[in-house]
Design a protein around this ligand. Structure first.
Ligand code: ADP
Ligand code: MG
Ligand code: MG
Length: 249
């Protein structure tokens, strides 16, 4: 469903992604690990169409469509969900309004009927409970004054309501205590099915104790230099990234 081929991307005149290829099939969970500054967040930003990133070569297709030709909003309508390392605050727009508007747009795109306010509220409250967020978070401005852990759990809330077909989570585990980590992992695990795929960007193996990935990739210097199964993450935890330097070179 997601096919990235030989992707090259730059910020300003600096090349960050240098020939990245990755294929994610329906229902698969891929973990992307790698040293700081290797381009993991850049990959997420390029996938989302964030301004400031120039793709100089390569292709990204999703369900056969050229993702790079689509606006950010259109990518979201296609079922791609991105949760960022640093979620944005939208003061003055309540979480509830934001989620309702987003869900309305997605349902319309999928040819589904709009949810009435009562049904939506019920789903939103259930999702809050699953995300271990008090229902009062629905009334607050999007991420406004949320702690790090609350922002991460709010992303989980968004994901549960938006029901994406491809979810890309960038360091969704960073800054989480073990309880919050388990909440997020459980949320992801509950959403796993035969058609929904996940790309989990993570610095640490810890998250993968709770979410078993089908594949683990190492991103170093803008390319995927090694792919394997979950055992690769354990190997990295033990040996770090230094042993891959030869391959990067
Ligand atoms: P990772 O998420 O793997 O830690 P990033 O994708 O955030 O890495 O960053 C990759 C590289 O791109 C780093 O060297 C970083 O300094 C550089 N970079 C990121 N954002 C910018 C920017 N806005 N301007 C210039 N360089 C940037
Ligand atoms: Mg980083
Ligand atoms: Mg990053």
């Amino acid at each position: 469903m997601l096919v990235i081929e030989n992707l090259h991307a730059r910020i300003g005149d600096e090349d960050i992604l240098k020939g990245l290829s990755l294929t994610v099939k329906p229902g698969e969970v891929h973990a992307i690990m790698g040293p700081n500054g290797s381009g993991k967040s850049t990959l997420g930003h390029v996938l989302s169409g964030r301004p400031g990133y120039e793709v100089t070569a390569g292709t990204i297709t999703y369900n056969g469509e050229d993702v790079l030709a689509l606006e950010t909003e259109e990518r979201a309508r296609q079922g791609i969900f991105l949760a960022f390392q640093y979620p944005v605050e939208i003061p003055g727009v309540s979480n509830m309004e934001f989620l309702k508007a987003s869900v309305d747009i997605l349902r319309e795109h999928r040819g589904e009927e709009a949810l009435d306010a009562v049904t939506f509220m019920k789903r939103a409250r259930e999702a809050c409970t699953l995300a271990n967020l008090d229902h009062s978070f629905l009334k607050r401005g999007v991420n406004e004054g949320f702690s790090g852990g609350e922002k991460k759990r709010n992303e989980l809330l968004q994901m549960m309501l938006l029901e994406p077909s491809l979810a890309i989570l960038d360091e969704t585990d960073s800054g989480l205590d073990i309880d919050a980590l388990q909440v997020v992992a459980e949320g992801v695990n509950n959403m796993r099915n035969d058609t929904r795929s996940f790309v989990l960007v993570t610095h640490y193996q810890r998250l993968l104790n709770f979410i078993k990935p089908d594949y683990v990739h190492v991103l170093a210097d803008g390319r995927i230099v090694r792919s394997g199964d979950a055992s690769l993450a354990l190997h990295l935890e033990e040996h770090g990234y230094a042993w891959l330097d030869d391959e990067v070179a």
